[in-house]
Design a protein around this ligand. Sequence first.
Ligand SMILES: Nc1ncnc2c1ncn2[C@@H]1O[C@H](COP(=O)(O)OP(=O)(O)OP(=O)(O)O)[C@@H](O)[C@H]1O
Length: 250
Amino acid sequence: MGVIMETKDVTVSFGGHVAVDQVSVQILERKFTSIIGPNGAGKTTFFNLLSGQMKPTNGSIYFKGADVTKRSATERTRLGIGRSFQITNVFPNLTVFENVRLAVQSQAKVRYQMFAHFNQYKQFQEKTDEILALVFLQDKANSLAMNLAHGEKRKLEIAMLLALETELLLLDEPTAGMSLEEVPAIIDVIHEIKQQGNRTIVLIEHKMDMIMGMSDEVLVLYHGELIAKGTPNEIVHNEIVQSAYLGGGG
Ligand SMILES: Nc1ncnc2c1ncn2[C@@H]1O[C@H](COP(=O)(O)OP(=O)(O)OP(=O)(O)O)[C@@H](O)[C@H]1O
């Protein structure tokens, strides 16, 4: 099984505070990895390291075998690492369909450097339809992006990442801030992408129960350290994890 991303002893210190402490992990290609841990465990900081928003104080980061430690977030996006909140180019006054189609087109231009002729245009439309179906947004295709509910906006962001042919999706608490009714829909989207099987998903989650059914591998951070990794079943039965969550006092 291939390793798509790897960290070796990455550490981030803020002044004297070590937010991520010598973390070495391997993210397996086309698998679903979840990162869990209590408040302040270092999950978001660790994601910032993977996406390039932040550089480690020490240690190295590899993507498909290449050292990307010094690569910017933009360069990493181009390499195929995509983080949902990075999608700043959602145009509020365009429809859902137009937004995704523009992302599909921009990706095609990067790859082939050509203008969209009629046939290509049709291909763009088809690809856009496919992606909207995958994230269950077909019925909102003609809605303006600005009129979407919060959960639908998150789906649109994921659609944009898919349009940009992101190989590694970094999803930072995708259900955060959602109403209870919206949560199942986003979980369905993630399931669907996992089901397709051609992408690697890394997801940060606070709520353990949400990721247990979906994850191939779970990484547990606690006070910046990787205290456990394993299958969901191994993690729920891991005593160190149990005490970190229940008795460790965050
Ligand atoms: N820019 C920063 N400057 C100083 N300290 C920071 C900064 N960002 C994070 N921290 C600290 O680093 C630690 C890890 O924070 P981080 O946000 O990565 O944790 P988390 O696991 O994502 O938490 P949560 O689940 O609450 O989002 C915390 O103690 C936090 O206060």
